[in-house]
Ligand binder design. Sequence first.
Ligand code: YNC
Ligand code: MG
Length: 416
Amino acid sequence: GHKFWATQPVPQLGEEPPLADGYIEPSKPASEVRQDPYPLPKDFEWSYVDVTDFAQLRELYELLSANYVEDDDAEFRFQYSAEFLRWALQPPGYHKEWHVAVRVASNKKLVAFISAIPVKVRVRDNILNASEVNFLCVHKKLRSKRLTPILIKEVTRQCNLKGVFQALYTAGVLIPTPVSTCKYFHRCLNIPKLVNVRFTHVPSNMTLARMIRLNKVAERPHLEKQGLREMEEKDIPQVAKLYASYMKRFGMAIEMTHDEVRHHFHSGLGEGPRGKDSWKVPREGQVVWTYVVENPQTHKITDFFSFYSLPSTIMKIPKYNILNAAYLYYYATDVAFEEGADEDGRLKKRLQELINDALVIADQCKFDVFNGLSLMDNMQFISDLKFGNGNGLLNFYLYNWRTAQLAGMSSVGDVP
Ligand code: YNC
Ligand code: MG
């Protein structure tokens, strides 16, 4: 059983699908929300991580680098960069009180963390002012002591104090009760390294040389002549519009204001200019890569795609430290709005062109692998673009909201 989750406003495992969508517990005024923090075991105290302070950002980076999510065989562990954490935790309207930390009282060492950021999420026809909970982490030496329920209750209290009573979160583990479950896919780019670090292997009917040849991608993006270029500040209104229209295809998606579009697609581009021709050199501190296709005649933005950098520590191979992984983020194309484009394969063709160019750019930027999930329209290009099956699953959850499971793979929008 789930001692903690059984007490929470989430659908319990095996529950019948609801007759109508809606909350499980009603919202309440801030004055009726518990005013003091939940008690922690002695020797520990609550605090925040102030992500505007580089020293504290560094502490968070170090906690997560050593203690965050690993694969089942403990070969790879996510290594979010400090720049990534700043980007992920400081979207427009973020609350410092939602960056909840636990420290050792005596020496102030950071030993546990959980965060929430404000999001507007559409679930079918309902738009929820919710939070997105992420980066739950308890130091390895403090595991299995039931600190997690306290962290979750405290971040819930902090959300409630700001009038937020619903949340969205993802996890590899199965708890009550996913609204959707996605599979991971991996497109290998740097075959020799991926073989050496045992991320992949040479199948028995193949040679390393042939595997390299089969996975080779072009040196320049194909859509360059059609107007592919890096996203700029001036593109925000058009990208926002394209994003909003495209996300209507899915049962669940994040709604974004222009400021949020700026933040999620543009603010992570890193510092300083990059030569127009150079796909090869990421900027200092670059977290997200976003490209648009601008029609050369009409100057309309017809498509965009983005991906972000999330390296993993390679734990068991002394010669290599870091797996440089890119993750497909959001994309959209106005081909989707053309009559019959879904049915006659025009949408599929366009998505393949776009994501193929994402692979080209990621390869030039020295990413070893390009990862994706079975959400949005990803299944339309996964096999043609030679993505392979991963072994992980990612479950999507809603807190305090009942809705039937989002059936089929392509039913949810992306969440970083
Ligand atoms: C998890 N990932 O089931 P039961 S994902 C939620 N999400 O409770 P203890 C989890 N619950 O089953 P440990 C969970 N993992 O008895 C475990 N639990 O009811 C539940 N790993 O607590 C578990 N990060 O403290 C059980 O477990 C209870 O010491 C046991 O710590 C767990 O960020 C953990 O994978 C995950 O750092 C912290 O293993 C630790 O094992 C760890 O004894 C590596 O806890 C890093 C890792 C998780 C990444 C993520 C999303 C988190 C969502 C949390 C739920 C948010 C709900 C909404 C709140 C806001 C609401 C509003 C408004
Ligand atoms: Mg614990």
